[in-house]
Ligand binder design. Structure first.
Ligand SMILES: Nc1ncnc2c1ncn2[C@@H]1O[C@H](COP(=O)(O)OP(=O)(O)OP(=O)(O)O)[C@@H](O)[C@H]1O
Ligand SMILES: [Mg+2]
Length: 307
């Protein structure tokens, strides 16, 4: 049995009339990579910042590595690496100076050079922070989070806005950190990132955990491996397709009908036959393997991202 590295119980955060986090329970095991997946405004950052000791909860209890923020904050900080969703660095410092500054906050850890190398930023070591690209800044903030050799790494949307190559590089750094036994709590709204990196995922919506499990378990909960999406020239009630064999569920969003099916090779011909009988004209048909995005859509009727 793994120890619990991060525990939040009954977490609530209220900002005036906004309830950002609404009674959230969370347990991250030691050595695990745990993901918070949810749309904009779901409460991911607020949750993570409470766990990091940067915001105080309106209600609820937090234990990190068996310790509490109100009593052992200084000792605790030494064991955590934190990457914020948006990091503000000193423009007038170089990359190397910035990482050295972060290193100075920790009693032990890597050399700044080592941290910079880990995120492949050696070429920019002498560059001023203001001259870095967005992806390079992300890597710098990861170096700052890693330089104290933390036991837990908190990453708030580590790859948002990055090109695919930079994203892969960050995934590699996270994987290497875990191989050394580290625990990771990350937030993302990239389902692929959650599927690739996380042992377990909590899907968050409106400040609550609405589903929890390994990516495979969550996708398995759909009871169907595939999703068929179709668009028609004129609207058709989703119920008309729900009665077909092979179709497990039908949803509709912005004119797109979304069907979960077990066997696309059997479902699609049935579907096309039915549409023809009804004189409905297809304008788009696509099928894909079910993803965490589909789990979210199934649970909420909405997409994680607007795109
Ligand atoms: N300091 C604050 N004052 C008032 N409202 C806030 C504050 N911080 C967050 N909120 C609100 O709390 C809710 C949750 O915000 P949060 O930043 O935690 O979401 P998120 O899941 O991290 O979203 P994103 O994916 O956009 O980063 C939002 O409605 C937000 O407007
Ligand atoms: Mg956020």
């Amino acid at each position: 049995m793994n120890a619990i590295a991060i525990r939040g119980r009954g977490l609530v955060k209220r900002f005036d009339d906004v309830i950002a986090v609404d009674g959230l329970d969370l347990e991250v095991r030691s050595g695990e990579c745990f993901g918070l997946l949810g749309p904009n405004g779901a409460g991911k950052t607020t949750t993570v910042e409470m766990l990091e000791g940067l915001q105080s909860p309106t209600a609820g209890e937090i234990e990190i590595l068996g310790r509490r923020w109100d009593r052992q904050a200084t000792r605790l900080r030494q064991r955590l690496g934190i990457q914020l969703q948006q990091s503000e660095f000193q423009d007038k410092l170089t990359v190397l100076e910035t990482v050295r500054l972060f290193r100075s906050f920790y009693e032990r850890g890597w050399s700044a050079e080592q941290a910079i190398q880990t995120v492949s930023l050696q070429e920019k070591a002498r560059a001023y922070v203001r001259k870095l690209s967005g992806g390079q800044k992300q890597r710098l903030s990861l170096a700052c989070a890693l330089v104290g050799e933390p036991e837990i790494l908190f990453l708030d949307e580590p790859t948002t806005g990055l090109d695919p190559q930079s994203r892969l590089r960050i995934w590699d750094v996270v994987a290497a950190f875990r191989q050394r036994g580290g625990t990771v709590l990350l937030t993302t709204h990239y389902m692929e990132e959650a599927e690739r990196l996380c042992d377990r995922v909590a899907i968050i919506d409106r400040g609550k955990v609405i589903a929890l499990g390994s990516p495979a378990e969550l996708i398995g909960s759909l009871r169907a491996d595939h999703v068929v999406e179709l668009e028609l020239e004129s609207p058709l009630a989703p119920e008309t397709l729900a009665v077909l064999d092979e179709v497990l569920a039908v949803g509709e969003e912005n004119g797109t009908l979304r069907l979960t099916v077990r066997h696309p090779h059997r479902a699609v011909p049935l579907l096309l036959g039915e549409l023809e009988r009804r004189g409905a004209k297809l304008t788009r048909l696509a099928t894909h393997h079910a993803t965490l995005e589909d789990v979210f859509v199934e649970l909420t009727g909405r997409h994680l991202r607007d795109s």
